[in-house]
Design a protein around this ligand. Structure first.
Ligand code: IPE
Ligand code: IPE
Ligand code: MG
Length: 239
């Protein structure tokens, strides 16, 4: 299967990279080894997406709820994230990728926050692909955050409640300015959304892949894109 076969490339692909822990258990490795392998796969998929001509890729790396995991796993994930940012910054920049983090930044350790700001700044003029990494991200928290900002504007008479449209609301989400995902892929066989982009996936095509994330390959990615191509999107219109 080659890239030429792709007639209709989705503009925005979102992925729930799930199954690192189960993959590790299957290989008799630690969960952290699973996450490590998972971060390597993420790197390959970013490269593949950029080469295919996808304009936006949103990866779910760490959820608001993942903070409740064992502290050792959480600190291991933070260390891995730090390593990813340090080692991938130059490569992302070379690929023409712009990195944006979506999520509750105030919960992240300062070292990671500083690194994120550095990489976002380094890549801010890049246009080939926008890589949104969802870290400390929860969609309900994102929606509440937007509502708080809108309420403040109304309170201060900067916004008329009658003028709160879907577009105005979207401008207050972390994903402001980014079109909704066309395709959402979740690996690991689970078929749920797990608090990911709830507002944004209203009309997104969902593809569930029965493989753990560390086993997911660029070929599997191409296959998911082909599945997407064969779907008929209606957006509420008659068939
Ligand atoms: C996804 O893999 C990565 C994160 C949530 C950080 P998991 O760690 O959820 O792996 P499973 O689902 O337990 O196998
Ligand atoms: C979703 O996976 C979050 C990420 C992949 C980062 P989880 O493993 O946390 O989701 P649940 O708990 O299976 O719903
Ligand atoms: Mg999981």
């Amino acid at each position: 299967m080659t890239e030429k076969h792709l007639l209709k490339v989705p503009q925005h692909v979102a992925i729930i990279m799930d199954g690192n822990g189960r993959w590790a258990r299957q290989q008799s490795l630690s969960r952290l080894e699973g996450h490590k392998r998972g971060s390597e796969v993420a790197r390959d998929i970013v490269t593949a997406a950029s080469r295919i001509g996808i304009s936006y890729l949103t990866l779910y790396a760490f959820s608001s709820e993942n903070w409740r995991r064992d502290p050792n796993e959480v600190s291991g994930l933070m260390a891995l994230l730090k390593h990813y940012l340090e080692t991938e910054a130059t490569e992302l920049n070379k690929e023409g990728a712009r990195l944006k983090i979506i999520g509750e930044r105030s919960l992240l350790p300062n070292t990671i926050l500083n690194l994120i700001e550095e990489v976002e700044d380094l890549t801010k003029t890049n246009k080939k692909i926008i890589l949104q990494m969802a870290i400390s991200y929860g969609s309900r928290a994102e929606i509440i955050h937007a509502v708080q900002h809108i309420a403040e504007k109304v309170r201060d008479h900067r916004l008329d409640p009658n003028k709160i449209t879907e577009q105005v609301f979207e401008e207050h989400l972390y994903t402001a300015g980014v079109p909704d995902p066309d395709l959402l892929i979740r690996t690991s066989g689970e078929q749920r959304i797990s608090n990911y982009l709830l507002w944004q996936v209203a009309y997104t095509e969902l593809v569930f892949v029965d493989k753990f994330w560390p086993d997911f390959t660029p070929e599997d990615f191409m296959e998911a894109l082909l599945t997407y191509q064969n779907r008929e999107r209606r957006f509420g219109t008659a068939a």
